[in-house]
Design a protein around this ligand. Sequence first.
Ligand SMILES: Nc1ncnc2c1ncn2[C@@H]1O[C@H](COP(=O)(O)OP(=O)(O)O)[C@@H](O)[C@H]1O
Ligand SMILES: N[C@@H](CC(=O)OP(=O)(O)O)C(=O)O
Length: 368
Amino acid sequence: MNTPVVLKFGGSTFRTPEAYHELAEGLDERIRSEARPMAVVVSAMQGETERLRARLHEIDARPEAATAAGLLTTADLVSAHLLAGALHSRGRTATVLAGHQLGLTTNASFLWARVTRIDPRPLRRALAAYDVVVVPGGQAADAEGRPTWLGKNSSDLSALAVARAVGSRSCEIHSDVDGIYTSDPHLITGARMLPEVSYNMAALMSLYGAKVLHRRAVQLALRHRIEILLRFNRAPYTIGTTISGAGTQAAAVVLNQRSVVLDYPDEARADAAHHAFHLEGLDVVRLSTRPSVAVVGGYVDTEAVQLRHGVVPGREAGVPVAEMRGSKVTTHVAGSGTDALHLAQQLHDGLDFPVLPRTGTRVGVRAT
Ligand SMILES: Nc1ncnc2c1ncn2[C@@H]1O[C@H](COP(=O)(O)OP(=O)(O)O)[C@@H](O)[C@H]1O
Ligand SMILES: N[C@@H](CC(=O)OP(=O)(O)O)C(=O)O
């Protein structure tokens, strides 16, 4: 079997039902031009996961993690079946491998589960039998076969796990931006696309909350030297950024308005809090200049996590803004999301950039 192509399409791809047909058309073209098996990891339609979470909370204010994982993972599963349907309607064969069928085993930390084993056989069998194997992102199963969630925005991680399982040397991640920018291009004026980024730089940007890639996906890519290509999610599927060992460090400003800085009375208590968040598999940074941690990316009941680990909850001090110059990071703390946005713009205006192209290479869906 030729090495499979592994593609991931984020939730921003699926804003309307018609988007499934548009994507199926792009995939169909690519299958015609390249005789390679294809695994496509898809996320839920934009907003769907959070709609389900809100509905569950209306019914049960403190749901069990296993229940929440079982429900939230259905959002991506629906998306996967819609894409399979769109492919079928174009005459292509497609199957869906849900989390419990995929060969990914995790621990039983249902909402931020860690992958413990990857069995390539289910994927290989399916890839040999269908034109496209559609994989709903962000889901797996524990050793007892119960559904687990890999955490918020974790479809990228699924894509890298699939690439690893099937022996692909690259993984193509599609989003509503064509690459990694020096700051969030939807928020910061003058953000520039970075054509070549090192694994370390990408991981560091993700750790501080650049939403475009999941941190653990980058780590998995680094460990197995899988190149990540970031592409736009609609034709002509422009490739903007390549993440590899050859990529460089760069200057950037990372802002995620959902992140929060928590202050503690002393360094020891900040260390304990950092340890607690880390144990739960959450992205957390221990600030070096004050007894504080930054809990990155939101969607976490920070108080509940701290109490579970016997930590007296820290005081919410604001929103972190990370100023990165290569591997040197300075974390600033802004009072509110709006202040953070202004601060990020100011910091970005003050960055020195080498001369970089502003746009990605324009290539068709066939080129990789
Ligand atoms: N440095 C950055 N470079 C590119 N995009 C960024 C960056 N920081 C934040 N983003 C945001 O990440 C978003 C893409 O991630 P996400 O919303 O999870 O997309 P998808 O649903 O396609 O996975 C972009 O729309 C952009 O606003
Ligand atoms: N269900 C996931 C889907 C995901 O990973 O989203 P995206 O690829 O759009 O970041 C979530 O909402 O977290």
